[in-house]
Design a protein around this ligand. Structure first.
Ligand code: PGA
Length: 221
């Protein structure tokens, strides 16, 4: 049975209290039958200490990720959070999300520097892409999330068949790496994606904000 990755991208959402409530609710659910699933939650940086402590205390089978990483090492880079700092709390890092490419002008050069920093600090990069050109020159072992622009936050996912054919192309270029699909994934459509042979999991934005819905997504993969 293939391992399924379920990655929550909270984006710029939740106060500390809301993050705590989400975790409390999630911890009431049963995770015993879900051992072939890798659950990764990517909150805002400020929630990492509290969430790490909670996850360890309750022994929840959840790993932490972040949504960004500095393209530089530690030093005089005001406002940045670097790989060494992230490594204290998290194991995964989303890089090159289309919202960062669009709103923060991240180009392939910056994205590549971020991937290099993640690798340097032994974090697993989850490289987000909407276009196959964005991974053509990738030289590191990474995970890739295919997220078509039209599907992000729109309620209109790609077809599982198209996502599968893109995942297949990604693996032709970067094999063997896990490929995720992201864009309007919910508990109702998740299975259609994860049952595809080349899709190893999902990256979930909006639907991950609700603990019950997120748990149902995990169950339904
Ligand atoms: P969505 O976002 O699930 O809200 O469409 C996915 C993403 O941007 O990672």
């Amino acid at each position: 049975m293939k391992k399924i990755f379920i990655v929550a991208n909270w984006k710029s959402n939740k106060t500390q209290l809301e993050a705590q409530k989400w975790l409390q609710e999630l911890s009431t659910f049963n995770f015993q039958l879900l051992t072939s699933k890798e659950i990764i939650v990517c909150p805002s940086f400020i929630h990492l200490p509290l969430m790490k402590a909670f996850i360890e205390e309750k022994k929840l089978p959840i790993k932490l990720g972040v949504q960004n990483i500095s393209p530089f090492d530690e030093g005089a880079y005001t406002g940045e959070v670097n790989g060494k700092q992230i490594k204290e709390f998290a194991e995964f890092v989303l890089i090159g999300h289309s919202e960062r490419r669009k709103n923060f002008f991240e180009n392939d050069e910056i994205v590549n520097k971020k991937v290099e920093q993640a690798i340097k600090y032994d974090l697993t990069p989850i490289l987000c892409m909407s276009d196959i050109q964005q991974i053509k020159n990738e030289k590191f072992k990474i995970m890739v999330a295919y997220e078509p622009l039209f599907a992000i936050g729109s309620g209109i996912p790609d077809t599982p068949e198209n996502a599968e054919s893109i995942a297949d192309k990604i693996k032709e270029i970067l094999d063997p790496i896990p490929v995720l699909y992201g864009g309007s994934v919910t508990s109702k459509n998740v299975k259609k994606f994860t049952q595809m042979s080349n899709i190893d999991g999902v990256l979930i934005g909006g639907a991950s904000l609700d603990a019950q819905e997120f748990y149902t997504i995990i169950q339904n993969t």
